[in-house]
Write a protein that binds this ligand. Sequence first.
Ligand code: ATP
Ligand code: MG
Ligand code: MG
Length: 379
Amino acid sequence: PASLGVIGGGQLGRMFIQAAQRMGFRAGVLATSDDEPAVQVADWAVIAPSDRLSALRLFAEQAEAITVEFENVSASALRWLSRTRPVRPGWKTVWVSQNRLREKSFLTRHKIPHAPWRPVRDEAELAVAIRAVGLPLILKTASSGYDGKGQVRVERAEDAGAAWSSLGQVACVAEGWVDFESEISVIVARGADGAALAFPVGFNRHRSHILDSTVMPAPVGPIVTLEAQTLALSIAQALETVGVLTVEFFVTSAGGLLVNELAPRPHNSGHLTIEAATTSQFEQQVRTLAGLPLGASDLIRPAAMVNLLGDLWADGEPDWPAALRSDPGVKLHLYGKKGASPGRKMGHLTVLDPDAETALFRAQAARRILTDSRTDGIR
Ligand code: ATP
Ligand code: MG
Ligand code: MG
């Protein structure tokens, strides 16, 4: 194909487009508004809701092969599109990973380790779930949650009803609370021929349920590393995924792994592969979409990434020159988003270092300077 298309206009779509363009493809996007990050860099764009059939038709006329950058795309629309052109990942992978009820059922059916869970679709199921998974538990809406949105922790049985109401009494899963040691993720790329490669494991720290930093490779030892990669590859195989798939895990204090959730796409924890890996997660997405062989997924050097959230803009534009001056190894990525609201992912910093934790230390130091140097100037 000469022209590749991505459904969704966010930063993941933007970085996919940039990877595609570097390899000589014309890359376009189906987005909901003109000022979304991916639209700014795309060779062509269709602006319309992704669930409108006429928009999908227009988009498909220009895209010889189609991928997604978020999971909330109509699976039946993807199925329809895949009759005439490659759609990667396919509708089945997206369909399973866009709904936690289907996702958890899939994990249970395939005996893949995960936290205890029960469906909650009415009051009776809520009562059953509390008894089955125990307390505390976490209620998550079955669809359309991200960055911890659509989730509440429930401590006491008598609070469960109010918690479910606060989520709008929509279909949910109740999940047993996991007292995890750490969180890791594995990104997998799988070609149409079944050849698959896992990236090194990412070690993820969250703040207020939003990813704050990733270190790669994860300091979890060879056994957990191999187990996580093996599980992620077997999930991609079971879903017959062609494209990129991410698996998030909890590492329990006993060193066991539980799958948290799946994402049918590149992942925030893989942004550092742009500089740190032989082939980035976005280039793998391009390669699987275009039917090219996978690139090597090994790390050139250990690395760390810290997210830049809208909170950093609270007192105005962060002091980019100061941060870049403080450490010439810091790589700045900004997504071109217009409004910097708290918790919104605006960009990230990546640092490569022979020692992964030192990379994190340096990235965090640079992020601190973004706001510290500015207030110093004002004071
Ligand atoms: P993402 O932005 O990764 O898509 P999300 O909104 O889909 O996030 P989850 O990944 O399910 O939500 O949860 C977000 C974070 O909340 C997890 O990374 C973890 O830190 C915490 N969390 C979620 N489920 C549990 C659990 N069962 N026990 C303990 N902590 C949890
Ligand atoms: Mg999620
Ligand atoms: Mg998650």
